[in-house]
Design a protein. Structure first.
Length: 291
């Protein structure tokens, strides 16, 4: 029983990463009507950018971190120009296929550049953590949770309380009407991709000291974040957060009490259960269609 609080803390830390990447999915779904399957590769690229900046170039960590996030935001804009913009009038499926192809290209590009060996990235804090009530509060997991909470609040405020958020949502709902109303649709889409890439890159940087930096880290994170999105309710911000946290807790407890090799299977088993019992997710609305 004394192990349960420790596992819960660890699970919430891992789940916060899934939630951050799931937020990137939600952002693009709500603002650009796009499902970006390269979102996980944004996390991988952010982690490698941090390895280059703080490791190879020797830039101090506190300077390299925001610089890496800014670089990822710029990359997100370029990514939009390459994968979304040429196909924006051809429906969602060509764009989805384009993002899948881009994710494969990015993973293989990094594999050629750095090889298959994992890279080591130190954490933000030198102090490993502290103990509270018999639970060791790992400093890296704490930083992940704090960053996730801050970004969730920021994203909520942007969408619900700002004119920019209203413009982003209007662009998602009807790009032609939004353009007629004077909203710069192209700029809204570029902002969306830039912020989504920055979000994914930050998630990769935060989780890198826990999982190491490797080419395959993005694919698994992306799949679990997408699963979290479905569990919570497709395109729903609170649902993405709760779904990500739930997945992290389930796989952590599964690894401890059932089997470490099957912890990923437990997470996707949870997704399958939701698809069978409640396909609209926790916060999704059930939509009925007439025959």
């Amino acid at each position: 029983m004394s192990l349960i609080p420790q596992l819960l803390f660890t699970g919430l830390g891992i789940g916060a990463i899934y939630a951050l990447v799931a937020l990137g999915f939600v952002l693009l779904i709500r603002a650009a009507s796009v499902v970006n399957f390269a979102q996980g590769e944004f996390s991988m690229l952010g982690a490698y950018a941090m390895v280059v900046l703080s490791g190879a170039l020797g830039i101090p960590y506190l300077i390299a971190l925001p610089l890496a996030v800014v670089l990822m935001a710029g990359f997100g804009v370029l990514f939009a120009g390459a994968t979304y913009w040429p196909l924006r009038h051809r429906g969602q499926m060509p764009v989805i296929i384009s993002t899948i192809g881009a994710s494969i290209f990015l993973a293989n590009f990094v594999l050629v550049a750095y090889g298959p060996s994992p890279q080591v990235l130190p954490g933000l804090f030198d102090n490993p953590g502290f103990e509270v009530g018999g639970v060791f509060m790992d400093s890296q997991y704490l930083s992940i949770m704090v960053a996730a909470a801050a970004l969730v609040l920021l994203q909520y405020l942007i969408f619900e309380k700002t004119l920019l958020g209203k413009k982003l949502q209007a662009t998602s709902q009807d790009k032609e009407m939004a353009s007629l109303l004077g909203i710069p649709v192209a700029l809204m889409v570029l902002i969306t991709f830039g912020y989504s890439a920055a979000l994914g890159g930050l998630a990769g940087i935060l989780v890198a000291p826990v999982l190491f930096v490797s080419v395959g880290m993005g694919a698994l994170i992306s799949l679990k974040a997408f699963a979290a999105n479905i569990i919570g309710g497709f395109g729903n911000i609170p649902g993405a957060i709760l779904g990500g946290l739930a997945l992290g807790v389930v796989e952590t407890f599964g690894a401890a009490y059932i089997s470490v090799p099957y912890k990923d299977a437990l997470a996707f088993g949870m997704l399958l259960l939701f698809l069978l019992v409640r396909p609209q997710g926790l916060f999704g609305e059930k939509i009925a269609e007439k025959a």
